[in-house]
Design a protein around this ligand. Structure first.
Ligand code: COA
Length: 197
């Protein structure tokens, strides 16, 4: 199997997720979750849960993509419909991640661009996400792609001796380019708040 970690290599492809990817996707999400840094989950979902997730997203026609190196899923990005309430149908929730060797080489941007390009057709007009304030790479990527900070859940996670804020971000989905704004003031304010354990 080709394990070339260079996403610019022709061995990497970004394709819509289908049920045949579920087992490898489950392994990839588990590997990132077990890093205990970037995702709220710290364990893998089951293969059955992952299979159902992929199938429901396909049935709903929402964007979901995987980055493949050969048959192996090395990254994912999806925008799901989270809120089951009338009037909330235009809201999507974004989730993504890459296995560690494939980070910092443009693959995250590639996955995010693909997912966002499918968001309008799927009926989304607003996409939101949650990211830990310590996740500088993800914050940089999201800001570059037009997401703005809507709020901060201060000291939302306390894990392995680390206290982390959860940053709430969102962007509008239109058929034009997004307006890219700076949010440094909000992020600075959030770091002034502390919890006592
Ligand atoms: C967050 C993540 C998806 C970003 O993907 P990536 O492939 O590493 O990022 P990219 O190489 O595509 O970089 C995207 C942009 O962010 C910038 N960036 C990446 N890492 C950065 C860092 N540590 N500091 C500042 N900017 C950074 C890049 O310069 C690039 O900007 P550009 O398009 O203007 O050049 C990836 O690092 C990852 O999977 N991390 C672990 C899981 C995770 O955090 N998931 C998201 C949870 S909310």
């Amino acid at each position: 199997m080709n394990t070339d970690p260079n996403p610019l290599s022709p061995s990497i492809s970004i394709v819509p997720t289908d049920p045949g990817h579920a087992v490898s996707l489950c392994e990839a999400v588990g590997e990132v979750a077990r890093e205990r840094r970037w995702l709220a989950a710290v364990e893998a979902f089951t293969e059955g849960e992952t299979q159902l997730f992929v199938q429901l997203n396909r049935a709903a026609g929402v964007p979901q993509f995987v980055a493949l190196c050969g048959p192996k899923v090395v990254g994912w990005c999806d925008i799901v419909r989270l809120y089951p309430y009338p009037g909330y149908e235009h809201n999507g929730r974004l989730g993504m991640g890459l296995l560690a060797p494939w980070r910092g080489q443009g693959l995250g941007r590639g996955l995010l661009d693909q997912a966002l390009s499918g968001a309008l057709a799927a009926g989304f007009r607003r996409v939101e996400l949650e990211v830990y304030a310590s996740n500088t790479a993800a914050l940089a990527l999201y800001q570059r792609c037009g997401f703005v900070v809507e709020g901060v859940k201060r000291a939302m996670r306390v894990l392995d001796g680390r206290v982390d804020d959860v940053v709430l971000m969102a962007r509008a989905i239109t058929d034009g380019p997004p307006e890219v704004l700076s949010n440094t003031v909000v992020l600075r304010e959030s770091s002034a708040w502390k919890v006592t354990l």
